[in-house]
Design a protein around this ligand. Structure first.
Ligand SMILES: [Zn+2]
Length: 503
């Protein structure tokens, strides 16, 4: 899937690895720093070897800078932060490194003092200030600086998450971000909309942030909604960045990293997803799974986005689509046998149980799982193959238990077929078989080439797993044990991870 981006991913992977120590598992990179100034500087270093223009904002007053991202993109300018009274040393050094000739300070003298501007001026750099009597006017003045647009973004001005989440999309398209209160919009903002002849307004946030009355008062409104900041950011990603393979992630609890990161996210044409500091909210998780994001920039240090989050995003199966085929079902029970205690076992039930356990592991690791069946139904072999071939899935794993006409054969084997994706199918079979044997301690019957329909006609890398023999008493006793079936599922899960690690 997403072949279009493969070349880009490869190129960016080398580029990332050249600059940062690469994670072995994926292309997930943290752009951290001991404080927000340093995070901003590191974002700038990641994205720019030089820059004519730098956007400068106050380090703890987000109001003025909310609308700055489109300006940053227009001038290919990183966004750096400063203290109000004195130019922060790390920021000054970065302006030097970039060889900037121009700095645009966003905000009035209370945000960035005249003495800071003088200090920059003394570096031989042209300085411009965009300010206003309030945040709405600053946003208007940034919009006027960007120039006329027939389409504008309208975001809630009294908080930062929505305006920053829309920033990469607004920036790339040159749409200014205008700000409003929930129930009142300033006359200055209305004037811009009228004078420009705006014919489309994208409203970001729920009606609790921007009321229906405000929405109805602007030209041709469409709303990107959400029950919370995480969902709004996710919905922006779903709407505008669903075909991208990469995303950036920042804390949704503080503005600084998302603001300075938005300049890089816009440049890389990727969404900013928001997270809490120690766990990824479900809304964000779903956006990752459904859009298939596989490569991430994390903006901020571990206090903002924990190492646990970093680690979970770095797993090789994040954003991958995996089809699990529980063999047989419905009118086709598959093989059957009895345990030494006399309990009857039926293949279709055992493999559905294990398939669901695999599904659960994969889903919690942010893979998208497609199941050929989730209940006691029987999709034909042709239907299973057709499902796989139209799925866009990365791999196909068919789950079975084995049988024989006598009771002695036992053990575990994994099958692949050389018709399509031969090398990857074989690798997947090897990785799964290795984990199964190491985990289950069953007899190793090996990896085998075979002509089963679901692996022969399936055009994506595909394997057929035979966990153990239901017709052998020892194996049947194992299969009857839910702990064993969970271990088998865990082993298949790890085999899949190892396979993607070797891609
Ligand atoms: Zn079977």
């Amino acid at each position: 899937m997403k072949k279009v981006f493969v070349t880009f991913l490869l190129v960016s992977a080398f580029w990332i690895m050249a600059v940062f120590p690469a994670s072995a598992e994926g292309y997930t990179t943290r752009i951290g720093g001991k404080d927000r100034f340093e995070v901003a500087v590191n974002v700038s270093k990641q994205g720019w070897s030089s820059a004519n223009t730098v956007i400068l904002a106050n380090y703890d007053a987000y109001a003025d800078a909310l609308a700055a991202a489109p300006l940053s993109y227009r001038y290919n300018a990183p966004i750096l932060l400063t203290q109000p009274g004195v130019l922060t040393a790390a920021t000054k050094a970065e302006i030097d490194r970039l060889n900037a000739t121009s700095v645009i300070a966003v905000g009035g003298p209370a945000s960035i003092s005249d003495s800071v501007l003088t200090e920059i001026s003394n570096m031989g750099i042209k300085v411009e200030r965009i300010s206003g009597s309030n945040r709405f006017e600053v946003a208007n003045n940034i919009a006027l600086r960007l120039g006329q647009s027939s389409k504008v973004i309208l975001a809630y001005g009294l908080n930062f998450p929505d305006a920053l989440a829309i920033a990469p999309y607004a920036a790339r398209n040159g749409y200014p971000i205008l700000l409003t209160n929930t129930h009142t919009m300033t006359q200055g903002t209305r004037n811009i909309i009228t004078q420009w002849g705006v014919n489309e307004t994208i409203i970001v946030g729920g009606e609790g942030s921007i009321s229906r009355e405000i929405a109805n008062s602007v030209p041709n409104p469409s709303r990107i909604d959400g029950r919370n900041r995480f969902e709004v950011a996710s919905n922006i990603a779903n709407k505008y960045f669903s075909t991208r393979a990469q995303a950036s992630v920042a804390t949704g609890m503080n503005f600084a990293d998302a603001l300075t990161g938005s300049a890089l996210a816009a440049k890389r044409n990727e969404p900013i997803l928001l997270t809490s500091s120690t766990s990824i909210p479900n809304e964000t998780r779903n956006a990752i799974i459904n859009n298939g994001y596989q490569s991430f920039f994390i903006f901020g240090g571990p206090a903002s986005v924990s190492d646990g989050i970093y680690n979970s995003l770095a797993v090789s199966i994040v954003g991958k689509t995996i089809m699990i085929d529980a063999g047989h079902g419905g009118s086709d029970p598959g093989a059957s046998g009895t345990t030494s205690g006399g309990t009857k076992l039926v293949e279709k039930e055992l493999v559905l149980d294990m398939s669901k356990r695999i599904q659960s592991r994969l889903t919690s690791s942010m893979s998208k799982v497609l199941m050929t069946r989730t209940g006691d139904s029987y999709p034909t072999l042709n239907e299973r193959v057709a499902q796989a071939n139209r799925s866009g899935a990365d791999i196909f794993v068919s789950m079975h238990v084995n049988s024989y006409s006598t009771s002695s054969p036992h053990g575990t084997e994994t099958w692949w077929n050389g018709t399509y994706e031969s090398a990857d199918s074989k690798l997947l079979a090897e990785e799964i078989q290795k984990e199964l044997i190491a985990t289950l301690g069953t007899y190793d019957r090996g990896v085998k080439h075979g002509d089963f329909r679901v692996i022969k006609d399936t055009k994506i890398p595909s394997v057929l797993v035979e966990i153990a023999f239901v017709t052998n008493k020892g194996d049947a006793d194992l299969l009857a044990d839910p702990t064993f079936r969970q271990k088998a599922a865990d082993a298949v899960y790890r085999g899949i991870i190892n396979y993607f690690n070797k891609q």
